[in-house]
Design a protein around this ligand. Sequence first.
Ligand SMILES: [Zn+2]
Length: 148
Amino acid sequence: MSLVGKNIDAYCLRCRLTLAHVVLYEVGGMVRAVKCKTCRAEHRYHGPAPEKRRSVPAVRQSGAAPAVPPRTVRPADVRQWEARNASTTPDVVTWDYKLTERYEKGDVITHPRFGRGFVESTTSDGMEVLFREGRKRMAMNRPETGPA
Ligand SMILES: [Zn+2]
């Protein structure tokens, strides 16, 4: 028996409410896409309510604040970082990240924005660093610039 065309309660991301939806698409009895009967938006089926609902409504930034792009952190990177961090002794030497400094594979660095990072590979003037929020290519070993 197909569920397509049937009414179903689903959380509408646009209305931000659990509302009556019509099933548009199902796979193996699992509802995949629905259409909100209130705003007519078609979207993926998320279940009756989001998995995590904020108990406190998010404070809306008014005007000036720039929109922060969503962070795309790969869970695998986080796990790797946490494993590396856990296996690092508390008294490990960490270097403050400087563009002009030269780092070696295995070095532990501290970046003012990204925090602790582990140098995974290097080239003559760059390196790949595993930060908690993901791998980043960083410049290094660059000549001093700016006012002399
Ligand atoms: Zn809606």
